[in-house]
Design a protein around this ligand. Structure first.
Ligand code: SAT
Ligand code: MN
Length: 600
């Protein structure tokens, strides 16, 4: 229980509205985490996995109507529609409050309301921020224990300050009487709203218990609300992994990378380099908060304390470090269950002869459907990762030397391309597009512009967001800014086969990035940016078909020229807020393509 009067008054207000059976102040202890797991098992939400196979781990299956983020029902409730911009769903804040109060009215009846004080970032770091989430879901409490620093130490750090993000979350499934049986995954099938009030730093979420809809510290706070704070205070809140790269001589560079959800950020952050002597260690796999230090460099912290990673595709081949991380003490959601009490998912290993799929049905390899949901997840403390960097909780953060922007593109975008400047790099981030994945409800595989991988996560007008990037760059010492690169691991050949093996082989690209930063690798100028000069990309021992690397590094002038109208339409969406600097970059690209076409 807190003695902070502002916090107490708000909790009391929300209690009166949601009318839970009781209020539980979370202390963040290990015993509390175990209690949440026991509650989930008792309610049928979770079951214990075999203690020998997966010690201390539970397996959860959600309602099939609640398996991913719901972008359609996610709203930015800034004062005006214009502040939210064309890429966000906007609702009037006052009307939304009234509507949400109506939904919350008695929504927690028969349930406990948990008060979770949390810190995004190490407690005490000047870059960290505090929030308090109220929730009626033990799954959310357990997951927040893993994903953030929670409980009494956070209350102590908050003291009597009013500076915390207020988050309310209800699954929207009140229990009218004590005799009504609860559903194993309570949620509201007909109504889901994930609403953000950037002006008052509030998050009100209703109806979903899943992932980014419900663990409010993650996307809602650390990206949507934090991006607004970052704009106001002159820093960056980004959808980026952070990794530490060490060369054979022991020199270090820290690299941040923005990729859309389910495009391999976790794999890249934990990569085992195939190049001898190189080492990758993990700082974070999803979110980076970056601030300029007194020395003029950009420093990043990982605001999270755990990984909420996509399970399908994770294997000893694709990510042995993730497999080791989740060997114990993990919450699994929507995977398949083996006969001997372990989890399984597509590509983890050869499919077992018989399983129970994520929908609790018998499954065999002949079933002709997926056993795990494509957005099945593991939720695990970062400290369990065998390659976590010792400095991952450094309150000062780590100095970033390079930023990667990457999406899932079958063509056009080469394996790697270095920006000519910060402004050009911002341009490359702004025109990023990617094929959609199962991380969000809706179509999978459709190409959409996803600037800086922030399309679902930027809490304000994206034109202003681009301007913020340009302003930070213009105000910095250019020689100390991170270099920016556009990468694409997903380019395909004419037969639809991936040209690049990816995973550990991505270390070859990281090496070139490292050497560009240190001024030791050669590049060639192309109309779209700087690509590795012949021989500059280390291909020793790489097994790829004849011509694959040439194709991966080919700048297809026709495809790029064809892309221009779509970029223009994309930019036009932002109207007068589209910064001139990026329009200039587009004009320069067009010019460079035209003169290259003329001489080709
Ligand atoms: O569901 S989450 O938003 O937490 C994961 C993701 O989409 O990146
Ligand atoms: Mn993400």
């Amino acid at each position: 229980m807190s003695t902070n009067p502002k916090l107490q008054a708000w909790v009391e207000d929300m209690r009166a509205m949601c009318r839970p059976e009781r209020v539980v102040w979370c202390d963040g202890s290990a015993a509390e985490y175990q209690e949440m797991l026991r509650l989930m098992v008792h309610a049928g939400t979770a079951l214990w996995l075999d203690e020998k196979k997966r010690p201390g781990s539970v397996f959860v299956r959600s309602d099939p109507a609640d398996v991913a983020r719901v972008e359609e029902f996610t709203f930015i409730c800034s004062k005006s529609r214009d502040e939210a911009g064309p890429t966000n769903n906007w609702r009037d804040p006052e009307e939304t409050r009234v509507m949400m109060r109506g939904l919350y009215d008695g929504a927690m009846q028969g349930r406990a309301m948990y008060v979770i004080p949390y810190s995004m970032g190490p407690i005490g770091s000047s870059i960290s921020r505090i929030g308090v989430e109220l929730t009626d879901s033990p799954y959310v409490v357990a997951s927040m224990h893993v994903m953030a620093r929670v409980g009494s130490p956070v209350l102590k750090a908050l003291g009597s300050s009013d500076d915390f993000v207020r988050g309310v979350h209800s699954v929207g499934a009140p229990l009218s009487s004590a005799t009504v049986p609860d559903s194993p995954w309570p949620c509201n099938a007909s109504s889901k709203f994930i609403t953000h009030f950037p002006d008052t730093r509030e998050i009100w979420s209703y109806g979903s218990g899943y992932g980014g809809n419900a663990l409010l510290g993650k996307k809602c706070h650390a990206l949507r609300i934090a991006s607004v704070q970052a704009r106001d205070e002159g820093w960056l809140a980004e959808h980026m992994l952070i990794l530490k790269l060490t060369d054979p001589k022991g020199q270090v560079a820290y690299v941040a990378g923005a990729f859309p959800s389910a495009c391999g950020k976790t794999n890249l952050a934990m990569l085992n380099p195939t190049l001898p002597g190189w080492k990758v260690q993990t700082i974070g796999d999803d979110i980076a908060w970056m601030k300029f230090g007194a020395d003029g460099r950009l420093y990043a912290i990982n605001p999270e304390a755990g990984f909420f990673g996509v399970a399908p595709g994770t294997s000893m081949k694709s990510n042995p470090n993730a497999m080791a991380t989740i060997a114990r003490g993990t919450v699994f959601t929507n995977c398949a269950l083996t006969r001997d009490g372990d989890v399984w998912w597509e590509e983890m290993s050869e499919a077992p002869a018989a399983l129970t799929d994520w929908l609790r049905r018998p499954w065999t390899p002949q079933s002709g459907r997926k056993a795990a949901h494509p957005n099945a997840r593991f939720c695990v403390p970062a400290s369990q990762c065998p390659v976590i960097a010792p400095e991952w909780e450094d309150p000062n953060g780590v100095p970033i030397s390079a930023i990667l922007f990457g999406g899932r593109r079958a063509n056009t975008v080469p394996l790697v391309n270095e920006a000519l400047s910060w402004q050009h790099g911002t341009f490359l981030g702004s025109i990023m597009s990617s094929e959609t994945t199962a991380a969000a409800a809706g179509t999978v595989g459709a190409l959409r512009h996803d600037p800086m991988a922030m399309l679902p996560f930027c809490g304000y007008h994206m034109g202003d967001y681009f301007a913020h990037w340009l302003k930070l760059g213009a105000g910095a010492d250019a020689s100390k800014l991170p270099r920016i690169f556009h990468v694409n691991w997903f380019r395909k050949d004419a037969n639809g086969k991936f040209l690049w093996p990816g995973y550990g082989e991505n270390s070859r690209v990281l090496k070139w990035v490292f050497e560009r930063v240190h001024g030791t690798a050669a590049a060639v100028d192309t109309p779209i940016g700087r690509l590795p000069a012949p021989g500059a990309l280390d291909l020793s021992g790489l097994q790829v078909p004849e011509g694959a690397v040439e194709e991966l590094l080919r700048v297809d002038l026709d495809l790029w020229t064809q892309e221009l109208p779509a970029i223009k339409t994309h930019f036009d969406k932002f109207g007068a807020k589209m910064p001139q600097g990026l329009r200039d970059e587009l004009a320069s690209l067009e010019q460079r393509l035209a003169s290259a076409n003329a001489t080709a």
